[in-house]
Write a protein that binds this ligand. Sequence first.
Ligand code: 13P
Ligand code: SF4
Length: 308
Amino acid sequence: MPEDLEEAILELKRERNAIILAHYYQEDELQDLADVVGDSLKLAQAAQEADCEVIAFCGVHFMAETAKILNPDKPVVIPDLEAGCSLADGCPADEFRVFVDRHPGARVLSYINCSAEVKAMSDLICTSSNAVKMVEHFKGEPLIFAPDRHLARFVAKEAGRDDLIVWQGACIVHELFSAKGLAKLKVQHPEAEVLAHPECDQAVLDQADFIASTTGIIKRAVETPDTLSIIATEEGVFHSILQQAPGKQLVQAPGLDESCSCNHCPFMRLNTVEKLYLALRDLEPQVFVPEAVRAKALRPIEKMLELS
Ligand code: 13P
Ligand code: SF4
């Protein structure tokens, strides 16, 4: 490994005419190296607009796959190919096909946290920042929402839809925040605002003052005059909040058991600066999507980007 890894990565980036995209859940050093840091929507938009020869995607597999679907002719590398997602993994394409077929006539709205094959079976894709708007697009039509049941419950309430047909998946990170622990923490910090991601369980969301995507949480924490915020999402968002509001006090919402590091996504955290260096040097591991799947998955992604 080169002694100055950051310099070596920037050098490789120039040589390869590459762009580095990173999700807010990546370790601080990866966020600092990125050309664009964002939530799932911003990263999909950045991938669509990418003017480069190589995309290095610091995030999880479905995010890099979305970038590849939008850029079939560019190599898309990911530091660790094992960086999956419990939501995507919990919705296998063959089982989803059966689920969709059981509801003839229903339209399909899928959260971007799913595989390319599931996207290919969908009419429209959404992210946590535009899910309500995307549900509203299907006014009056029977609608399947997959694969996150917590986000589904949140958007159903916001959009006034109690008839969504929901795939019962969940995020192993957000499901582990403890409602009981949060209630105790609120007693210790009655002045704090609780900011939560909609992938959290209802008992946690019931105690939140503000529910939004990672971008929404960061914006709110930076803008609110409150000095202390309790954060119920992955700890990676702290970096961006503290860069923009250095005096801010942030407290992590507690996990179900004290020893769990549920504030870290184990998949996102597989990516490291060392692995990013190797990915840019060797142009692997790359993400590939079979053309037949890609062509079908592209339509609902492009439609979301148009509507966003
Ligand atoms: P965002 O849509 O806020 O980026 O969330 C993605 C995600 O994986 C949350 O766990
Ligand atoms: Fe998937 Fe949850 Fe990790 Fe987000 S935090 S990438 S939803 S496992």
